[in-house]
Design a binder for this molecule. Sequence first.
Ligand code: FAD
Length: 383
Amino acid sequence: MNFELTPEQEEFRKVVRGFAEAEIAPFIEEWDKEERFPTETVLKMGEIGLFGLLFPEEIGGGGADFLTYVIALEELARVDSSMAITLEAGVSLGAMPFFRAGTEEQQRRWLLPMIEGKALGAFGLTEAHSGSDAAATRTRATLDEATGEWVINGQKTFITNSGTDITSCVTVTAVTGEREISAIVVPSGTPGFAVQPAYRKLGWHASDTHELVFSDCRVPAENLLGERGSGFKLFMEILDEGRIAIAALGVGMAQACLETSLSYAHEREAFGGPIGRYQGVAFKISDMAVALENARNLTYKAAWLRDQGLPIRRAAAMAKLYSSEIAVTATREAVQIHGGYGFMEETPVARFYRDAKILEIGEGTSEIQRLLIARDLGLPVDT
Ligand SMILES: Cc1cc2nc3c(=O)[nH]c(=O)nc-3n(C[C@H](O)[C@H](O)[C@H](O)COP(=O)(O)OP(=O)(O)OC[C@H]3O[C@@H](n4cnc5c(N)ncnc54)[C@H](O)[C@@H]3O)c2cc1C
């Protein structure tokens, strides 16, 4: 057993940390306030190879392992989780379905620009009436044999990266027959595909999220991704892997809370000395450090399992569940340690506090993670 990262991974961590501190930290307060998706910065993330990391070098990727990708997400989230989720949704949700199930032509057209970081793909699973119960999708796609086109009707809710200037397409799940759900690619700008105005969210203000509406939206039959009827299974496998990535966001956020709480506990004085003298403050920070260590270990272990080609469902659910819950706790305690300043938007922990909550909801709520773990333990849990 070896808990050390490789020299390449350590070096890479420094590169991403440097990028996040130079290109994101100085601007994030403004983007957050204006609820602005910073396309130019996302393109720069592409230039340093973040979107291609996981993909083979032969197709223009970085050929890195999943742990390296986790490190990138962790470092971005340490500064800002809107940018981390932009990368996560771009890679795990946008590009990965094409890598796993795309034809050569689909990969050439859609995946390669995503790997280069010049285009973003979105993942349309959730609907107004089906989130956790994603198989209850009502969006339908009917094959018009006369024209060789899918005709899509329905809507998708809360879709990340779906309305940016560089979004090239969204892959949606749709009912294509009796007990049959397929994945279909809808290019941005297709007539009948309407991207609704951006949501106003509690957090992740610099991340792009929209409702999507499909009204007799026609796409060519060859936009089917994978086999007909395999869409739901494909999306569930994509989510298993995505959960390790969400866990990495929790680790990065908790890391930031630990660092900032530690330094504030040294510098802030009350009753004639630094607040870190008081056990009421110091023990919060000790607990934060323990939780962070556990979350990082669970997340890296899940990434390692994925890199070994071993089953990941339980490990990914455990990492996602634990990391997101400790991130919520860490951000709450960090605000508490910063007192009234922690409530002010000029202090980054205020943004972290708003941003953390979504980790317990997106890509499967905490309840759904517990359900997956219980089932994997062999319990006959009902849904
Ligand atoms: C900012 C943001 C970005 C998102 N991005 C995307 C995206 O890119 N693509 C996409 O497809 N989706 C996306 N989502 C959707 C997200 O995955 C869903 O919101 C999430 O899966 C929960 O679904 P729901 O909101 O319908 O809640 P519901 O499923 O209605 O759940 C409501 C509550 O009931 C609980 N619950 C439901 N079923 C059970 C059960 N069987 N046992 C116990 N408790 C249960 C849930 O845990 C939750 O607490 C995003 C959401 C947000 C907020």
